[in-house]
Design a binder for this molecule. Structure first.
Ligand SMILES: [Zn+2]
Length: 91
């Protein structure tokens, strides 16, 4: 694992913790940082992180708090408070 990957993992953890503490602004900062590092180093973000962050406003999504999750035709559709939807195949 490279240093950049380690930093991303660490920031993903911090974002998740901040979100769990209802500290959405701080979570968003961590999300942004992690995305920036990934971009700069041409790394992909961890699977879990991708799923629980909003592509448009960088919120760390917490279903039932700042995001809604529903199932639709074999897909999971996550709607962020900003209105952005992400859909993933249901596993
Ligand atoms: Zn959003």
């Amino acid at each position: 694992m490279t240093v950049a990957q380690e930093r991303i993992e660490r920031l993903a953890g911090l974002a998740s913790d901040a979100a769990a503490d209802c500290n959405d602004d701080r979570a968003r900062e961590y999300v942004r940082l992690a995305k920036r590092i990934a971009e700069r180093n041409r790394l992909s973000l961890p699977h879990q992180f991708k799923r629980f962050t909003c592509d448009s406003c960088d919120s760390y999504l917490r279903p039932g708090k700042n995001a809604r999750v529903r199932l639709q035709g074999g897909h999971v559709v996550i709607t962020c408070d900003c209105g952005t939807q992400a859909r993933y195949p249901y596993e």
